[in-house]
Unconditional design. Sequence first.
Length: 280
Amino acid sequence: MSKRLNSFFRRTILVITTGFISFSALSHSNVNPTGSRSVGMGNAFISQYDIISAYHNQAGLSKIDSFSISIFYENRFLIKDISLRGILVGIPTRTANFAFHYSAFGPTKWMESAVSVACSKQLSSKISAGIQINYFGMKLPENNSTISSCGAEMGLIFQLTPKIFAGVHLANPFTIPFKTYSYNEKIPFRLRLGGHAYLSDNFTISAEAEKTGNIMPVLKLGMEWEAIRNLYFRAGFNTGPTKLFAGMGFKYHFFKTDFAFSYHQYLGFTPSVSLSFNFK
């Protein structure tokens, strides 16, 4: 019985603490999916080309060549009430590529959500650019109301050599504050800078630095290894509280699935899964 009570109190404290931090800090990292491929690489993903680049650097959408759908689910610290889920749709056109994204964090009573529209274009053979408009919403259970805000993101990817890429991304440089009768706070900016390199045809390393508002900068390192055709293993490390990352992925024709987990030094494991479909 004591073990059950301890587990119950631990989970209750985690839910309350996470909800308080997300409201008071308003960094909105809670409602930003990342995709399990990038989680497995420590989210050092700033210069990659992929459908999930909509979560990291919209410039990476410029090379998607087919209608794509990606679904993401993350069970944060193995607690159902603070799970994160999202769906992403990518649409290539002759003039530019577009992506539409919806995500939600937490239970219905105090759910945080985001809706985004992104546009990406190849500016030259070696430079890609992307922008995104975001709408954020947060439900307040104490008065059964919803407060909202808007923001924007923009990024570039540069191909420095045939095997080395660099990326830069800025999110929320200007946002509309969240306001209540006793609260007025803006979502902080987030600046990311990094790159990746192909050491061989089947091995990639990546590194990235991230600065969010007044939080200490975080260094991210990641790697991806294609062990056999279409089977990938990944690992990552961050200097922040969530330090260790690992994952794997498998592709089969138009279908791709990725699994990953991260480990927080105090709160434990967070597993995630992504399913992606490319309809060529």
